[in-house]
Design a protein around this ligand. Sequence first.
Ligand SMILES: [Zn+2]
Length: 409
Amino acid sequence: MTFAITVDGSDTEVEATREHPTVKVGYIRVAGSFVDLERLMKAGAGPYIHPGEVRHAHSESAFDAALPGSGLVRKGVSGVDTWRQELDHFLANTRFDQDSPLTLADALLTMHGAPGKPAAQLTLRACPTCRAKDFDAGALPVVGRDGGNCPSCKSPLYLADVLRTHEEYVPEGSNQTALTRVMLVVERLMTLSYMEHFYTTVDTPEDVFRRTLFITDGPLGLFGVVAPLKRRLYEYHQSLYEWADSKGIAAPLLVGVEKTGRFVEHADLIADLIPEGAVMMLSTDYINRVTGRPAGNQYGTDEFYGRRFIYRTTSGDPLVITVPPKPGVLPYEGSGSEDFESYPTLRTVCEVLDSVRTRLYPNAVIPVALAHSAASLPLGVGQSVLRAMAQQGVGLPANTQIRYRSPYR
Ligand SMILES: [Zn+2]
């Protein structure tokens, strides 16, 4: 194992201008962080950590997006349609990395296709405008890169409609929920873009996949209106796994690492019961008991594309991780979902995470900590800077610019 690629994001909703506090702008930053693990080990080999070596072992790529919140509309367009158009524009025009031509829209199409084979069109389950759902079989609304039209009401459809975040958009009040859903999907699209980049542009991609750990911040799951997309991610990873298997390797080495939440707290409570260097599978029975759900509850089947484990590192602290299963196995249902043999990448993933532990944050590993700092919005400098960035992003007219008053005058 030589490289770790970690994707992390952050989001916030701010007032568009001080004069109009009910007008909101959502702001997202997503960052990909690349760590050369060999070089990182070298940096820590002596009696002190070499900060220059750590810096050289690490590089990052980040992009920002501003999305319209409540009260911010395009001329002659409703708030929700402004949201749809701006989201679509963001996906179509944002490259996941400056050195690649692939956009987030490309990644979304690939997610609905297979490795190296992006889908030409996606099917929507409902029309955002007329809300028609009962289309005849074969007549479901489809969208391509350039959108489409509803077969029933003929209104324009956008590629971004497949995220369904418009269903959560509110014309008055906070759109933080929709904003966070977008961020989580974009994080997944960025990770998929790295995989796709290696798969399609490298001469022997198996050499890259053999040596690269892909880390996602948070569990390998999607929740709420974007949850159905998890099936696409699951299928993409399964195809990639089958290809890798034909090359004699177990890949992709993909892991979700959770920094906060119920299972992180639970892992801290029970850490002493797990031997150091051992991994604990959380059975569905166990999860139902811990979370206070009734016995027999179908946990995780609609949201997860990986299964959750607690790994206690050799230095004693617990990491809550999710790892995808091998082809033919679903993470939370059916036969094999609770067998260790169904997770052939688990051992390698744990070994790598063990080698990159950090005490910078609790329950963290170095690649995650670095990605987190790359993705962090500059909260320390106050919200007016964010507002200025957000205004640039959504192109508010110049007269709405904030007037900066120095506190020292
Ligand atoms: Zn329609």
